[in-house]
Design a binder for this molecule. Structure first.
Ligand SMILES: [Zn+2]
Length: 84
C-alpha cells in the first residue's frame, strides 16, 4: 500500500512492515477491500482501535482519528503528521 507509509495512528512511527490493514467497515458488514476502507495500523494501535473507543473516518483519503472523551473532552480529530 503506498498511501500509508506505516502505522496511521497519530504520533506512531512504526513502518509499514510492522502493520496490518484495518478495515474501517468490516467486510462482513459490506466493507470493500479498497484504499478508502483500509488503514495500516501496528499491532498496538490495531488492538486499541478494536477494543477502545477511538473512531476513524476518511477525509479526502486521509485517515483521521477521533479520541474518546476521557483522552480529549473536545474530541478533536487528529491525523499522523509523520505520514505526510
Ligand atoms: Zn501504531
Amino acid at each position: 500500500m503506498t498511501r500509508d507509509k506505516g502505522c496511521a495512528f497519530p504520533t506512531c512511527h512504526l513502518p509499514a512492515r510492522w502493520t496490518d490493514a484495518h478495515h474501517l467497515t468490516h467486510w462482513a458488514d459490506g466493507g470493500k477491500t479498497n484504499l478508502d476502507n483500509l488503514v495500516l495500523l501496528c499491532r498496538t494501535h490495531h488492538r486499541l482501535i478494536h477494543h477502545g473507543t477511538w473512531s476513524i473516518h476518511m477525509r479526502r483519503g486521509i485517515p483521521w482519528f477521533t479520541p474518546p472523551p476521557e483522552i480529549d473532552p473536545t474530541r478533536q480529530p487528529r491525523r499522523n503528521i509523520l505520514r505526510q
